[in-house]
Design a protein around this ligand. Structure first.
Ligand SMILES: Nc1ncnc2c1ncn2[C@@H]1O[C@H](COP(=O)(O)OP(=O)(O)OP(=O)(O)O)[C@@H](O)[C@H]1O
Length: 837
C-alpha cells in the first residue's frame, strides 16, 4: 500500500535491526527495491512494501493521540511515543486506549491533589492524556448512564500495571470518597488493601523488584449518589511454586523477609533470624531490596492490616503461619532403614519440624508422618506406604505451597468481608490488573494459563475496539459494513474447547494414573496435527508450540500434569484440620463427606477456565476502558527508550492490532476544514469557488481519482495509504510551485544583470562614437575605487587640437570629489559622459 506513494525524494521509515526503524530519504527506486539514504548518512536498500512514509510535518513534541498521526503505522507510533517519553510525557492516547510508558522515576507533580482536581469533570481529550482522565470518564459514564464500567490495565511484568491501578483507585477514592472522614472508610480500606496484598503476593523478580505474582480484579461499588459503598477483590492464579523455589537474583514473597526484620521479640517468638538461614530464602543470594527497609515495611504492613480490618490476633496467626513455612522448608530427610523410606535427617531438621508443629499448633509426630508416609485405603485393608527422601521433600514442599496459597486466599477473603459488599450498589467500576503475555526460554503451565488469559482479554479487546470504530462510523453516518476483523477464536478453541481442547486433554491425562507428560504430549500431537495454531517442535517429544496472537510460544509439558492437579494430600488435610489453632484449622476446613468420597476431579486449569469465564462475563456487562502499560527498558532505569523492546510490547498488548483494525477501516480522519487547509492546493479552482466545505473536499478527492474513501457528517474518512497518496500529490504540486518561483527569481536576476551590462555597452559605444567625432582615443583603464563608479580613463589625442589632455579621471557619482577636469572637459564637455560608465 505504501509503495504507491513512495517516490524519489520521499521521506520514509526503513527497517533497522537495532533501532527497529530509521528515517531517511529515498534516493533511487529500482523495481521493488528502494534505496534510502538514512539520517545517519548510510544508504539502505529495502523492499518497497517495507518502507513507510514519514510525516515531515509532524509536531516536534509528538501528538497526544496517535489517531492524530497522519500516517498510522508502526514507525510513526514508535517515534511519537519516544518523542513524548523524552519530554516526560508518559501518557499517550490511541483513540480511547491510554498507553502509559513507565517513567521509572517518581513524577509526583503528575499525581497530586491539584492534578486530581484538574481532571475532575474535564472532557476526555481536553487535558493531556492521563490515568485520571480514564478514571474520570469511567466514573462520569457510570454516574450519567448508570452503567458499570471497567478499566483493564495490562502490560508485561514491570510495565507499571500495579502502580497505574493504585493511581486509578486513588482517583476513584478521591471522587467517590467522603471528605473529612478519618479512619477505616471503605475507600481507605480499598486503598490499604494494596500494601497488604503486595506483602503476600509480590516478590522481586528479574523483571520487577515488586512484581505481583497474581492477577487481580478490584470491583469498586458505588451507591446512587456516586459514593463508594463497597468493594470486592478477586484474585487469580497466585504463583505457588515461588514459595519453595527461587533462583538468583529473585526473592521469595516479601512477607518472609519482612517477618525476619520484625521487632526482636517477634523474631524471637517465632525463632527466626537471618533470612540466609532458611532454605526457602537462601536459594538466591538476594535478601534486600534497594531503597526498601524491610523492618519499616513490616510495621507498615501491620498498620495496613489494621485498616483493612485484620485483627491483632489474626495478624499474629498470619505471621505465625509464615514463620512455620520457613521452618518447614528447613526440614530435611535422610534414607530410612527400609527401602524407599525416609527419616528426619538430623537434630537441626528435628528442631525445625518441632517449630513448624508448634507454630501450626499441630502434633509433631503427625506432621512427621504426614511428610514421610502415605496411607492407602483399599477395600481389604489400610496400607501405610513410606516415601523415599526425594518424595518426602516433594511432600514437604507441597505442604508449604498449599498452606501459603490457602493463607493468601484467606487474606483476600478477609479483606473482602471487612470492606463489605453493598448489595444495593447501583453500579461498579472494576479495575483489572493482570499479568501480560509471557514468552520465556522455558515456558510451563503458569505461562500457558497466563497466555490463555491474554488470549481471552485480546478477544474482548478486539471486539471492543471494533465496536468503537463502528460507533464512530455510525455517528458520522458512513457505511462500514465490509470491514474485516480477524478473531482469535481459533486459539481459544485450541486451548479451552470442551471436549478436545488442551485443558480437557490435560484433565483427562491427570485422571489416568498411567499418564506421563510424554503420553500427554503425544496425545496433543495426534489431536492437533492439522490445527494451524498448534506446532510440534521438530526435535522435542514433550514440548508443543502455540501460535498466539502475540507470537509463537513453546511450552514444556514436563510439569503440566503435576501443576494441574488441584488436590491437597489427604494426610496434610487431616493434619491441619486437626490443628489446635482455629486460624490454621480454618484454612483447612474438613471436606464434606460427599466430596471426599466422590471421585470428582478438580484441576487448576479447569478452575482457572471457570474463573476466567466469570471474569469475562463481568467485563462484558461493563463499558471497558483500556490502559496499556509499556516498559521502555529492561534495566528498570529512567530516560531509556528501547525501540525494539517497546515495539514488541505494543504488538503483544494489541496496540498494533488495534491500529490494524483501525487501518482495516478508515484510519485517517480529518475534519473538512483541516482537509481543505492541507489539500486545498491540489485544486485551487475549488478553493476559489464558493463551495460548501464538504463539497469542496469531495471535489478534491474526486479530482485526484481516490476510491473507497467516505464522507462523514463532519469528517473525511480515508482508507489506509490514501493520506500518503494525497501527500505525495501535494508534495508534487508544492515542488512544481517551488520550481516556478525559482525560475522567476532566476529570470529576474539574470535579466537585471543583462540590462545593466547592455546599458554599459551602450554607453561605451556612444563614448566610442563620440571619440570618433572628437579626435582622441578613449581607453577604459580601471575602476578607481570600489566605493564609487569612478573609472580611470585614458584619452589620447589623435588630432592636432591644442591642449588635449593625456589622461583624465571622471566619475558619475555626485559624492566623488574627482571630477573630469582639464582641457578635454573644457573643450569637449564629453569626457564626463565617457567616464560615467
Ligand atoms: N507511574 C509511575 N511513576 C513512577 N514509577 C513507576 C510508575 N509506574 C511504574 N513505576 C515503577 O516501575 C516499577 C514496576 O511497576 P509495577 O510494579 O506497577 O509493574 P507491574 O506491571 O505491575 O509488574 P508485575 O506484573 O511484575 O506486577 C514500580 O515499582 C515503580 O518503581
Amino acid at each position: 500500500m505504501a509503495s504507491v506513494n513512495i517516490i524519489v525524494g520521499s521521506h520514509v521509515w526503513v527497517e533497522d535491526p537495532k533501532l527497529a526503524w530509521k528515517d531517511g530519504e529515498v534516493i533511487k527506486i529500482h523495481g521493488q527495491d528502494v534505496h534510502v539514504k538514512t539520517s545517519d548518512g548510510k544508504v539502505v536498500v529495502a523492499k518497497i512494501a517495507k518502507v513507510f512514509p514519514k510525516d515531515t510535518e509532524a509536531p516536534p513534541g509528538g501528538v497526544d493521540d496517535m489517531t492524530k498521526l497522519s500516517y498510522l503505522h508502526e514507525p510513526g507510533v514508535l517515534q511519537n511515543l519516544a518523542t513524548r517519553y523524552e519530554l516526560n510525557e508518559i501518557y499517550t492516547y490511541t483513540g480511547n486506549i491510554l498507553i502509559a510508558v513507565n517513567p521509572f522515576q517518581r513524577l509526583p507533580h503528575l499525581y497530586d491533589t491539584h492534578m486530581m482536581e484538574q481532571y475532575k469533570g474535564a472532557a476526555f481529550g481536553e487535558l493531556s492524556p492521563h490515568v485520571f482522565a480514564v478514571a474520570d470518564v469511567a466514573y462520569r459514564a457510570m454516574i450519567n448512564e448508570g452503567k458499570s464500567n471497567s478499566i483493564l490495565v495490562s502490560g508485561e511484568s514491570g510495565a507499571g500495571k500495579t502502580e497505574t491501578t493504585k493511581m486509578l483507585m486513588r482517583y476513584l477514592a478521591h471522587l467517590g470518597g467522603r471528605s473529612g472522614v478519618e479512619g477505616r472508610t471503605v475507600e481507605q480500606q480499598v486503598l490499604e488493601s494494596n500494601p497488604v496484598l503486595e506483602a503476600f503476593g509480590n516478590a522481586k523478580t528479574v523483571r520487577n523488584n515488586n512484581s505481583s505474582r497474581f492477577g487481580k480484579f478490584v470491583e469498586i461499588q458505588f451507591d446512587k449518589s456516586g459514593r463508594i459503598s463497597g468493594a470486592a477483590i478477586r484474585t487469580y492464579l497466585l504463583e505457588r511454586s515461588r514459595v519453595c523455589q527461587i533462583s538468583n537474583p529473585e526473592r521469595n514473597y516479601h512477607c518472609f523477609y519482612l517477618l525476619c526484620a520484625a521487632p526482636a521479640e517477634e523474631v524471637e517468638r517465632y525463632k527466626l533470624g537471618n533470612p540466609k538461614s532458611f532454605h526457602y530464602l537462601n536459594q538466591s543470594k538476594y535478601y534486600e531490596l534497594d531503597g526498601v527497609n524491610d523492618a519499616e515495611e513490616y510495621l507498615a504492613t501491620r498498620r495496613a492490616m489494621d485498616i483493612v480490618g485484620i485483627s491483632e490476633e489474626e495478624q499474629d496467626a498470619i505471621f505465625r503461619v509464615v514463620a512455620a513455612i520457613l521452618h518447614l522448608g528447613n526440614v530435611e530427610f535422610a534414607k530410612g532403614e527400609e527401602i524407599d523410606s525416609s527419616v528426619i535427617k538430623d537434630e537441626q531438621s528435628r528442631f525445625h519440624l518441632n517449630m513448624t508443629a508448634e507454630l501450626l499448633k499441630c502434633d509433631a509426630k503427625s506432621l512427621e508422618d504426614a511428610l514421610i508416609t502415605r496411607v492407602m485405603v483399599t477395600p481389604e485393608e489400610v496400607i501405610t506406604r513410606t516415601l523415599d527422601p526425594e518424595a518426602a521433600l516433594g511432600s514437604r514442599d507441597a505442604l508449604a505451597k498449599t498452606i501459603y496459597s490457602r493463607l493468601f486466599d484467606w487474606i483476600v477473603e478477609k479483606i473482602n468481608i471487612s470492606i463489605g459488599q453493598d448489595p444495593n450498589s447501583k453500579s461498579i467500576i472494576g479495575v483489572l490488573d493482570i499479568y501480560g503475555f509471557e514468552s520465556f526460554k522455558t515456558n510451563s503451565f503458569e505461562q500457558f494459563c497466563i497466555n490463555f488469559t491474554n488470549e481471552k482479554l485480546q478477544q474482548h479487546f478486539n471486539q471492543h475496539v471494533f465496536k468503537m470504530e463502528q460507533e464512530e462510523y455510525e455517528k458520522e453516518e458512513i457505511n462500514w459494513s465490509y470491514i474485516e476483523f480477524v478473531d482469535n477464536q481459533d486459539v481459544l478453541d485450541l486451548i479451552e474447547k470442551k471436549p478436545g481442547g488442551i485443558i480437557s486433554l490435560l484433565d483427562e491425562a491427570c485422571m489416568f494414573p498411567k499418564s506421563t507428560h510424554e503420553t500427554f504430549a503425544q496425545k496433543l500431537y495426534q489431536t492437533f496435527t492439522k490445527n494451524k495454531r498448534f506446532i510440534k517442535p521438530k526435535l522435542s517429544r514433550t514440548s508443543f508450540t502455540i501460535s498466539h496472537y502475540a507470537g509463537e510460544v513453546t511450552y514444556q509439558a514436563d510439569l503440566f500434569l503435576d501443576k494441574n492437579k488441584d488436590y491437597v494430600v489427604a494426610e496434610h488435610q487431616v493434619l491441619l484440620t486437626a490443628s489446635k489453632c482455629t486460624f490454621v484449622a480454618g484454612l483447612f476446613p474438613p471436606l464434606p463427606e460427599e466430596s471426599s468420597k466422590s471421585s470428582k476431579f478438580s484441576s487448576i486449569g479447569s478452575r482457572f477456565k471457570l474463573q476466567l469465564q466469570s471474569l469475562m462475563e463481568t467485563l462484558s456487562s461493563t463499558e471497558p476502558h483500556y490502559i496499556r502499560c509499556v516498559k521502555p527498558n529492561n534495566s528498570l532505569k529512567p530516560c531509556i527508550f528501547e525501540n525494539l523492546n517497546v515495539i514488541q510490547q505494543l504488538r503483544c498488548g494489541g496496540v498494533l492490532e488495534a491500529i490494524r483494525i483501525s487501518c482495516a477501516g478508515y484510519p485517517t480522519r480529518r475534519t473538512f476544514y483541516e482537509f481543505l487547509l492541507r489539500f486545498g492546493v491540489l485544486a485551487p479552482e475549488v478553493l476559489a469557488g464558493s463551495y460548501d466545505d464538504k463539497v469542496a473536499c469531495q471535489m478534491i478527492l474526486d479530482k485526484k481519482g481516490l476510491k473507497g474513501y467516505q464522507m462523514g457528517k463532519t469528517k473525511v474518512f480515508l482508507r489506509a495509504g490514501q493520506m500518503a497518496e494525497l501527500d505525495a500529490r501535494r508534495a508534487e504540486v508544492l515542488g512544481n510551485a517551488a520550481k516556478i518561483i525559482q525560475r522567476q527569481i532566476r529570470t529576474y536576476i539574470m535579466r537585471k544583470e543583462f540590462v545593466s551590462l547592455r546599458q554599459a555597452a551602450i554607453q561605451l559605444q556612444s563614448c566610442w562614437r563620440g571619440s570618433c567625432t572628437w579626435p582622441c582615443r578613449l581607453f577604459l583603464l580601471q575602476k578607481s575605487s570600489e566605493s564609487c563608479d569612478h573609472y580611470s580613463v585614458w584619452l589620447e589625442a589623435t588630432g592636432s587640437q591644442e591642449g588635449a589632455s593625456k589622461s583624465q579621471n571622471g566619475c558619475k557619482g555626485n559624492r566623488c570629489s574627482q571630477r573630469s577636469q582639464g582641457q578635454a572637459r573644457k573643450e569637449g564637455g564629453r569626457t564626463d559622459m565617457a567616464v560615467a560608465i
